[in-house]
Each structure stands twice: as C-alpha cells, then as structure tokens.
Ligand binder design. Sequence first.
Ligand SMILES: [Zn+2]
Ligand SMILES: [Zn+2]
Length: 206
Amino acid sequence: MLVLHPTSRCDVCLEPYASDSSPQAPHAIPCGHIFCKVCLDTVEPANCPLCRKPFMPDRVKNLHVDRPESADENREPELLEKLVMAWDAEEQELLVLLTQIEEWLNSKDEGENTALRKAVSVLAKFQKLKTRRVDDHRMIKRLKGQIADEDYQRATQSEESKAVELSLMHQIETLQSQLSRTQGEVVQLRVQTSRPGMSELNDLRK
Ligand SMILES: [Zn+2]
Ligand SMILES: [Zn+2]
C-alpha cells in the first residue's frame, strides 16, 4: 500500500494530491517522477518537468494511493482553528464548515474530540443569540412606532391611552435590558471560546 502524506503536492502546480483516480491524483512517468495529470497534460513538449526526459503522454500511469488513517485523526486542531477563525464568517460559509466538522465528528467516538465538540456547541449558541439580538432590535423599533402613534392621538384621548403608553414603555425597557444582557453573554462566549479553544489547540499540538 502506498500512502499519501497529507502535505504531498504536485511539484508543478503545488496543489495537494487527490487519493482518488481524478486528474489531481499522482501520476507517474517512465523516468519515475510523479506529478498530477493536469500538469502532465499541459507540458509541451512532453518532457519531465524535473529531469527533462521525454515521455509519451498516453503512457502516463495513475498511481493507486491511500490516505493514512493518522492524517484523519489529526484533524481536530485544524478544524478547531478553522472554527475559531470563522466566528464572523457569512452564515453560508459557516454552515459549510459546520457540516464538514459534523461529518468528521460523526466518524469519531462521542467521548473523543471534546474541545471541538464544545466549540461547535458554543458557536451554535452564539449564532442563536445573534439572531435573537436582531429580533429584539426589530421589536423595539415596532414598539417605538406604536408609541409615536399613541402620542399623536393622546391629545384627544383619555387616561386609558396613557396607561397603554406606560405599558409599552415598560416593554421597551424590559427588551432593552434583555438585549444588553444578551450582548454581555455574546462577549463572554467569544472570550470563552477563543481562549480555552486556543489553549486546548496548543495542547494538542505539543
Ligand atoms: Zn500539478
Ligand atoms: Zn523525470
């Protein structure tokens, strides 16, 4: 079995090799040098990019390689780092990353990779708080609009509208204090996730 190292790259385009039989997989030519098929298809004339020996383009051999299991084991630090970097990424980008992480975690034992699992759940909570913050802002805006309407009518109306206004003001106050609490929580979550996340990340690298 020939195992592809995770850092193995084609010497011409510097792209990592694929372990399937795609054009990005390693391909050998008779001189023994290996490149990706994409690059071998474009060299003109057909000479080895390293030793210059000519080769027949239709005699290029696709090498069958495997990805080492250990390379996959080590993905936690990489995924954790990606996750920390993606705090403020667009929702779509984040979703792609979370799906990728989830797929990888699904192949692992539930007791393993606790740092990554924790980071994923904190990020999910953070996203929920962010959404709630937007909703709260919207609610406050709507209530303020209602008060403006009430103000306009108050001149001709009874004490009743004053009571309505007071209750609306109260709702705004509640929402605003809830909002500042949420914002505090978000700040705390950020500190929590980046600090322990990064230190655990460093531990993993030792
Ligand atoms: Zn290449
Ligand atoms: Zn060569």
